[in-house]
Unconditional design. Sequence first.
Length: 218
Amino acid sequence: MKTVIIRNSTLQFTVGKIVCVGRNYAEHAKELGNEIPEKPVLFLKPSSAIIYSGAKIIYPAFSKDMHHEIELVLLIGKTVKNASITEAEDAITGYGVGLDMTLRDIQNDLKKKGHPWTIAKCFDNSAVVSDFVLKSDYKLSLDEEISLSVNGLVRQKEKLNRMLFHPAEIVEYISSLMTLEEGDLVFTGTPAGVGKVQVGDRLAGEIQNIGKLETAVN
């Protein structure tokens, strides 16, 4: 089982499931030709998909179009089901930076067939995470900037306040559909600017005051 690293703390959390939000920035939805959703679009990744900052992403042999998606990640610190907005906020224990790597060619083919996106999202190394900062050590304002560069060139850059659904709203909604448990991670969606990566590319992501991650494609 994978665990998350908590900055300046001896606390340990074993990751259960990873719940991801799609199309949570309007411009990203538009760039992929998708409608802006009325409710969060959800999908899952297994904890086996996790690698940590500094590790390499292995390019799957069955795809030729892997994309980067930088995201704010929420660490769930207590079990919640049918949470109120206050309970949802209280369930968020920490924040990190994540990369949701996506096989766009596989995803587009599956969508055309009306099939789930699972193969495009759940492969090994598809969830890169930084260490996490506890909410008790840093209060998220949503004025923070999220960004990603590939080989030193900025591809994604946006303020977190451009999310369509904010962290507590996301947790509230997820908990109405499934139980969230201690150690679960929530990837909150990516801003516009997603794009293809190649073997040898070096990726660097950051959220102001939250953290940084670095990885390379192998």
